[in-house]
Design a protein around this ligand. Sequence first.
Ligand SMILES: *Cc1c(COP(=O)(O)O)cnc(C)c1O
Length: 435
Amino acid sequence: MSLPSPYFTYEDQILKAGKVSLIEIARTVGTPAYVYSAQGFLDPITQLRKYLGKMDHLICFAMKANSNLSVLKLLNQVGVGMDLVSGGELHRASLLKTPADHLVFSGVGKTTREMSDALDYQGQGIYSFNIESMAELTTLNQVALEKGKKARVALRFNPDVDAKSHPYISTGLKKNKFGMNRNEILKIAASIRELQAIEFAGVSIHIGSQILTLAPIEQAFRKLRILINELNDILPKPLTFADLGGGLGVRYQNEKPPRLETYCNLIKKHFGIPKSSNQPPLKILIEPGRMISANAGILLTRVLFRKKRKDKDFLILDAGMNDLIRPALYQSYHHIAPLEKSLAQGKQKKTNVVGPVCESSDCFASSRPLPEKLKEGDLLAIFSSGAYGFTMANTYNSRPRPPEVLVEGEQYRVIRKRETYDDLTRGEAELIKQS
Ligand SMILES: *Cc1c(COP(=O)(O)O)cnc(C)c1O
C-alpha cells in the first residue's frame, strides 16, 4: 500500500516530512510526538480557493480538528477564518487576533458566558452564531439585548440525509441532536421580528464527517437551496450567507475521497447564481477540518516491546490511546510505518499494535500484517493524525500529553512543549500543601 499522505514520504530510505528526517525529530524531541507539515495544511486551502474561484467565500477551519496556536497562526496568515465550538476556542482566536468577521460559532450547547464573550469579541462581535434550537436563539437574543448589541445568526438546518460515515460522526439525520428541520426554521423566520437583538442573516448545515461520496452532500445542498428560497420569501431582508459546513473525507487507508474540484463545482452549481434577480449573491462559508489537517500530521512513536504469541504478536508502543484516541473511539484505521524503510520489508506477521494504557481498547491496529523484524527501540509513524489527534489527547493514566512539532521547509520547531509531571498535577499539588 502506498503511504496515505504526500507530506510524509521515504527519501534515502528514511521517512521524512519534506526534507526533514523524522528520525532526527525523534532524537531531539523524543517520542511520542506529533509532527505536522506546514505545506500539508496550506495545500488544501490553495486548492479550495482555486476551485471556488470568484465566488464570494470564506474558509473557516474547524478548530476542533487541530487547535495548536502555531497551526492556526499559519492558517490565519493566509486569511483563513475559524469555526469555533467553545469559549476555549474563542480564547485561542483572541490570542491570535483573528479578525471578528472571520469567526463563526457552532455547537448545540453554547453557554451564556460563551455567547457574551463572542458578542464582545473585538468590540464588534463574531461574524455568525450558528444556532441549533429556538431555545438557544431566545437565550442569545436575551444576552445580546442586555448588552445593547445585535447578534448575527445562521440557523442550522438538519436536512435529514445520511452521510454514510461512522454513526458517531454523522450529524445530519433527524435522529441526531444537531440542527432544526425545515418547519422549525420557517416558523422562527415568521416571527423573527420579535427577537429584536437577532439579525437572521444566514443558514448553515454540517451533515457529518469523513464523508466519502458527494451524493449526501449534494442532497443536503439541494434541500438547503430550496429552504433559502423559501426563507427569502418571508424574511424582511434576504439571507446574505450560507455556511455549508465541513465533513469531507480523507484517505486513511485506501479510501478515495471526493475531488475538491468536484466538491467546489457542486457549491457553485447550487449557490453560485441567485435564483431570482431580487436576491443578492450569497456569501459562501465552508468549515473544513479533517480535510485540511488529517494528512498534514503523523504521530511519532517508539516500540517498547514485542510480545510474542503463536499466531499474533503484540507490538507495545510508547504512544497510547490517551495520545491518539481515534482507533479506540471509532475503530478508525491509521496506517503505521517504520521510519527506516528497510524495516518495512521482509516477512510479515499479524500484529496487534497497542499502547501502554490499562484498557483493552488501547489498540492502534489489530491483526495488522507488519514486518516480524520490528522490535524494541524501532521508530514508527502513525499516519493521518493531524486531525482529531492532539485535540482529543488527554492525560488518562497520568500520562503527559505529547509535544507538537511543525515542519516548515527545511526547518522544524516545537510548537507545543511536552507536558511535564508538574503540568499534570497543577491545580492539585498546591492544595495538598495547605491542609
Ligand atoms: C466538526 C465540525 C466541522 C468539521 O468537520 P470535518 O469533518 O473535520 O471537516 C465543521 N462544522 C461543524 C459544525 C462541526 O461540528
